[in-house]
Design a protein around this ligand. Structure first.
Ligand SMILES: NC(=O)c1ccc[n+]([C@@H]2O[C@H](COP(=O)([O-])OP(=O)(O)OC[C@H]3O[C@@H](n4cnc5c(N)ncnc54)[C@H](O)[C@@H]3O)[C@@H](O)[C@H]2O)c1
Length: 354
């Protein structure tokens, strides 16, 4: 078990990670006034755990599972529930679930009475290595993802691998997408990933790498909490193209698209001599180990057009964050035509290799 402290300005967060973290820290919260937010799948798997830990009368709001749960309607319902159950200023909202639950419960906690205690108990691999840490909260609105939100650090995060045993393979791959991304940003994580190729889904490995990923994210958040000086932007490696493909093709999970985006962007980084070939090949090997196969998309052009909306872009150029050397990344800014041309070349190369 490991504790990682995140001090940002006036807020202080502790992440307890590893086996036994839930047993040790969740039960200790039971004497507070608690409001639990979870989703329908997680409730089905873990309702007895929730009742056992926080009491069978604990107020719970259950968001429908999946991205469609991150709505203003559910946010309002959570806030109404908190009022109805007489939640006080010193109450604690417990986000018990994946990134969707963490994002909407975090936003509710930041709004209710101008902010109450927030504890994140992330139950997906993606939420453990990424979304529960760092204090970004959000809902989707008018079809735009994460457009209403706040920065609000949880007081505590309890990331226990016990919850990963009930996750679908696809959700494990989704978390691994973000983990491989961390590998492209951090030499220690890269090394551990390479040493475990072929064994990336084992629970022991996931437990070990999760704490390294959380530590990496914590170090970035401490230095750039509000995404202002460019450092937090590095966590977006692979995401420009990944998001564009995700919006267009929709068939895979977010983390899988991060890996696909990384693969295509590595082609660009090699072409522009930003990432040396031998390092790029080592990263691609990790990507293939998780995905087995990278899709050779036909209509890359239409999909890539969607990268125009990426939040990192300045003026009309497309911004991508790519690996440069072990533990180092670089931001590239490309004209849309040039960007599309290289993605098409990458797709053609993938097709040839089929
Ligand atoms: N705030 C941030 O910094 C940040 C960062 C990355 C992603 N996100 C957000 O996170 C969300 C994605 O998170 P996610 O991938 O965890 O998705 P998710 O919360 O939708 O969970 C994925 C699926 O797994 C199920 N599930 C959760 N825990 C389970 C468990 N232990 N056993 C069985 N099933 C379980 C859920 O019900 C859901 O069906 C997106 O909305 C994204 O925008 C936020």
């Amino acid at each position: 078990m490991k504790d990682i402290v995140i001090e940002t300005g006036i807020q202080h967060s502790v992440v307890h990670c590893g086996s036994g973290a839930y047993e040790k820290y969740a039960y200790a919260l039971a004497d507070r006034q608690i409001f639990v937010v979870t989703d329908s799948n997680v409730f089905a798997w873990y309702r007895y755990e929730i009742w056992k830990t926080f009491g069978d009368e604990v107020p719970i709001y259950i968001v429908p599972a999946g991205e469609t749960g991150k709505t203003l309607r559910n946010l309002t319902a959570i806030l109404k529930g908190m009022l109805k159950y007489g939640m006080k200023r010193n109450c604690t909202v417990i986000a018990f679930g994946g990134g969707v639950v963490g994002d909407i419960a975090g936003l509710a906690a930041s709004l209710y009475m101008r902010g109450v205690h927030l504890v994140q108990i992330p139950t997906t691999l993606l939420a453990q290595v990424d979304s529960s840490v760092g204090g970004k909260t959000a809902i989707d609105f008018e079809g735009v993802k994460n457009v209403i939100g706040s920065f609000y650090q949880p007081e505590t995060v309890i990331a226990d691998p016990r919850f990963l045993t009930t996750l679908a393979d696809r959700e494990i791959r989704c978390g691994l997408g973000e983990i491989v991304k961390y590998g492209a940003l951090n030499g220690e994580i890269f090394d551990l990933l390479e040493r475990n190729i072929g064994n990336l889904t084992s629970l022991e490995f996931l437990e070990e790498i999760t704490s390294l990923c959380i530590q990496h994210k914590a170090d970035v958040v401490i230095r750039d909490e509000h995404d202002l000086n460019g450092l937090r932007k590095t966590l977006n490696l692979g995401h420009t193209t990944g998001h564009a493909f995700e919006l267009y093709y929709r068939k895979k999970s977010h983390g899988e698209f991060v890996l696909i985006g990384m693969y295509y962007e590595l082609y660009i980084a090699e072409k522009l001599n930003t990432c040396p070939r031998n390092y790029s090949e080592r990263l691609k090997k990790l990507i293939i180990d998780v995905l087995k196969k990278v899709p050779a998309y036909d209509d890359v052009e239409a999909a890539a057009e969607l990268a125009k909306f990426d939040k990192k872009n300045v003026d009309k150029q497309i911004s991508i964050v790519v690996p440069k050397s072990i533990g180092e990344s670089a931001e590239l800014k490309l004209d849309l035509d040039e960007y599309i041309k290289m993605l098409k070349e990458c797709a053609a190369q993938l097709k040839e290799r089929k």
